[in-house]
Design a protein around this ligand. Structure first.
Ligand SMILES: Cc1cc2nc3c(=O)[nH]c(=O)nc-3n(C[C@H](O)[C@H](O)[C@H](O)COP(=O)(O)OP(=O)(O)OC[C@H]3O[C@@H](n4cnc5c(N)ncnc54)[C@H](O)[C@@H]3O)c2cc1C
Length: 338
């Protein structure tokens, strides 16, 4: 048995910690955020437990691979996950006007019945894996006795192995000089695209739960209220900016870009502007892997000699499923199972 420090409690950190715990290793999971989940991010409109919720990171996910499929079956049975079958439309710009048409898309989409963040947390809880939150690692050093992680606050942690699931650019910073030995970090600053996200209160759109934008500043909009199975008249829509738009405007906050993003939503859907209220803006600086992401055949990078593993969606084609497979695969390789 060895001890492993898992840095990051998103989906990759979750699957890694589950695998290592099941294999009998001593696992410590730390995250800089106030709670686990990473980009599976959900909030409520206020602190009341029954206040409406919205996902402002990942919206849903797919489970196509056999391994992930088997894993989520238990969540579906336990109602930690449910299926969402949105009616989708496509919004395309033709000159100055927008074409807003139904699109057929019957892929299976999985959501958390109370948001995707709760799904991640419920899995940590079900596996009895504690997560030390508000523990931001600021340096990782390798010595004769393994690894030492240093934090903004609190004492250091020593471990035989480290499994790092933070986005590439952050992994490079933490590893310092060690990053020279990690080829997948070569292009670290270019790997991830940004995404500005808004959550707005807006009227329901008859027969439309989600929208794929083919043009303009947005890429996707989803009605959280239909995800929750709620029929209230005011709905909470999550609007995601297009990656090219967000990368070009990365230094601006989501609130600063709100008018541009809302304009496209208003014009495409013919929603009256005065019926839209901004609830929350969020800029994801590292949202999804773009074209500069490394090609990692295994979906992770491991140096067993050094006791170091890197995992996360940026090594696995993006998305929740990629992150999950990446974390699990990295954990298995790190302890010599594959
Ligand atoms: C707006 C948006 C929409 C998306 N939509 C979808 C979708 O619909 N479907 C889909 O499948 N995927 C979607 N994704 C992608 C999906 O969210 C990610 O692929 C997945 O959640 C990544 O998981 P991860 O564990 O690799 O990384 P993360 O979730 O980013 O986890 C990394 C963790 O590391 C922590 N961390 C970072 N630095 C430190 C540090 N120094 N010390 C300690 N902890 C640290 C972070 O707090 C975080 O919790 C979306 C992402 C965004 C941003």
């Amino acid at each position: 048995m060895s001890n492993v420090l898992v840095i990051g409690a998103g989906v990759a950190g979750l699957s890694a910690a589950e695998y290592l715990t099941n294999a009998g290793h001593e696992v410590t999971v730390v995250d800089k955020a106030a709670r686990p989940g990473g980009r599976c991010a959900t909030r409520r409109t206020d602190v009341a437990d029954d206040a409406p919720w919205f996902d402002y990171g990942a919206q849903y996910f797919t489970a196509r691979s056999d391994t992930f499929r088997r894993s989520v079956e238990a969540d579906l049975s336990a109602q930690r996950l449910t299926r969402w079958q949105p009616s989708t439309n496509t919004a395309e710009k033709t000159g100055e006007s927008w074409l807003f048409t139904p699109s057929s898309d019957d892929r299976e989409r999985l959501i958390g019945p109370r948001g995707l963040n709760r799904w991640v947390r419920s899995r940590f809880d079900a596996a009895d894996i504690p997560v030390a939150c508000e523990r931001r690692v600021n340096a990782l050093r390798r010595g004769a006795n393994g690894w030492t992680a240093r934090f903004d606050q609190g004492g250091p942690i020593q471990a035989d192995h480290v499994l790092l699931t933070v986005p590439a650019v952050q992994a490079k910073t933490l590893l310092g000089a060690e990053a020279r030995n990690v080829p997948v970090l070569a292009a670290a600053p270019q790997i991830m695209s940004a995404c500005h996200t808004l959550v707005v209160e807006a009227p329901a759109i008859d027969g439309v739960d989600a929208i794929f934008f083919k043009d303009g500043a947005l890429s996707w909009a989803a009605d959280n209220t239909t995800k929750a199975g709620d029929t209230a008249p005011a709905h909470l829509w999550t609007l995601n900016a297009d990656a090219t738009f967000s990368d070009a405007n990365v230094e601006q906050s989501a609130d600063e870009l709100a008018d541009t993003l809302i304009d496209d939503f208003v014009r495409a859907t013919a929603t009256p502007r005065d019926q839209i209220r901004l609830i929350r803006g969020h800029r994801w600086r590292y949202s999804r892997p773009g074209p500069a992401a490394p090609e990692a055949d295994d979906r992770f990078w491991v140096d067993t000699g050094a006791g170091l593993a890197l995992a996360g969606d940026w090594l696995a084609g993006g998305r929740v499923e990629g992150a999950w497979l990446s974390g699990r695969g990295a954990a298995a390789r790190l302890i010599g199972d594959v």
